[in-house]
Design a protein around this ligand. Structure first.
Ligand SMILES: [Zn+2]
Ligand SMILES: [Zn+2]
Length: 94
């Protein structure tokens, strides 16, 4: 019996590149950029805000049950950051 071969579809690019970065404006799968080259985002070239936007656009939140495209809600009010569970949800489904 062969070892399970993992069908890794990862290209090394964060899937959040599919959305425009609200922080630096990078879009069309372009990497995020920084005004200063002193802090190149080499390890994870995606701004946190972009990941949040991608999570909100793609995943249903397991915590507050909002649909894709809808910001997370706490107590009936929208919050800028998605729930951590939603981030996990987005990362395992892509
Ligand atoms: Zn960015
Ligand atoms: Zn939520």
């Amino acid at each position: 019996m062969p070892d399970g071969i993992r069908a890794m579809s990862r290209t090394g690019q964060h899937p959040a590149r599919a959305v425009t970065c609200p922080h630096c404006g990078a879009h069309d799968r372009a990497p995020c950029t920084t005004p200063s080259r002193r802090h190149q985002l080499t390890e994870n070239p995606v701004h946190h805000a972009r990941i949040s936007a991608w999570v909100i656009a793609t995943a249903v939140c397991p915590a507050c049950q909002v649909a894709p495209g809808t910001p997370c809600r706490v107590g009936g009010r929208a919050i800028p950051e998605p729930h951590p569970q939603r981030v996990q949800e987005a990362e395992v489904t892509t």
